[in-house]
Design a protein around this ligand. Structure first.
Ligand SMILES: C[S@@+](CC[C@H](N)C(=O)[O-])C[C@H]1O[C@@H](n2cnc3c(N)ncnc32)[C@H](O)[C@@H]1O
Length: 258
């Protein structure tokens, strides 16, 4: 795992020639590892940075961090802005971190009890059984803490109860008192216009940070992240979002120019 300086990647875009017009078209980023999730582009719901900034106000992380489903780097950049050492990867290439890395491929490391990072912090994909996989593998390969931003409803479920929570119950669950809204492919902040097509769903899901703390594994509790903490970090969150968006624009102009 490499926790040094990360640079935004600008991979060469793939192109395809139209049989009709003869024109070259730039293709959307393709996954390097095929799996069922491909059909929905890897379930990309980026995290508004304030959700992590608020967590950092109540939960301390010591040592390096692996963001194994980094998307465009919203969480990684937030952690870096706080001076933390971060390694970022994702199954899909979105112009940040190392692409083509399937987190579930670390199951073997987990089974062998190999530690790969001090902490893992991510908002994992929600498709299929991926939340359970991120919990089980993430728990085994970390030395200090595993922090996953997930739907509160992930606490439910008989299979997860037997397969995960009876074996590795979370040490803490941080509930957002302020509603966190996540929409597909982009970040929105409170007061922003919700994109068409997301209006019905937006704001209907409750999210929470689930923490597994290896230093105090037996403490099971839930707590609230007060709205004031979220409001305090909103300006910082918007600044980080702007940074990611301007890098995305730069990447897409490079693709267009290629
Ligand atoms: C809900 S999005 C969150 C992105 C980012 N963590 C954030 O908070 O902004 C989930 C991410 O998981 C990635 N992903 C999906 N399946 C994966 C897998 N098996 N291994 C690693 N990443 C995966 C998707 O490409 C997507 O970027």
């Amino acid at each position: 795992m490499h926790f040094g300086q990360e640079r935004f990647q600008t991979p060469m875009p793939k192109t395809k020639k139209s049989k009709l017009s003869g024109k070259e078209y730039v293709l959307a980023p393709q996954p390097r590892v095929q799996r069922k999730a491909d059909s929905s582009e890897g379930d990309y719901y980026p995290t508004p940075p304030w959700a992590l900034l608020a967590l950092l106000a109540v939960e301390e992380f010591q040592g390096n961090v692996w963001e194994p489903a980094c998307g465009e780097g919203y969480l990684s950049l937030t952690l870096r802005s706080r001076g933390m050492k971060v390694h970022s990867s994702d199954l899909f290439g979105r112009g940040y971190g190392t692409a083509g890395v399937d987190f579930t491929s670390y199951r073997e490391h987990a089974d062998q009890g190999q530690k790969l990072a001090d902490n893992i912090i991510t908002n994992p994909p929600y498709l299929e059984d991926l939340p359970a996989e991120f919990m089980k593998i993430g728990h085994s390969v970390t030395r200090n803490k595993l922090a996953l931003l997930m739907r509160l409803a992930v606490l439910e479920g008989q299979e997860r109860y037997h397969d995960v929570y009876t074996k590795i119950p979370p040490s803490r669950v941080w509930i957002f008192s302020k509603r966190l809204t996540m929409v597909k492919n982009r970040v929105i902040h409170p007061g922003d216009k919700v994109p068409e097509g997301e209006k019905k769903k937006a704001g209907t899901v409750a999210y929470a940070w689930f923490i597994w703390d290896h230093k105090s594994p037996d403490v099971k509790r839930f707590d609230f992240i007060p709205p004031a903490i979220c409001n305090q970090v909103m300006a910082e969150s918007k600044a980080i979002t702007q940074l990611v968006e301007s890098r995305r624009d730069r990447l897409s102009s490079l693709r267009m120019a290629a």
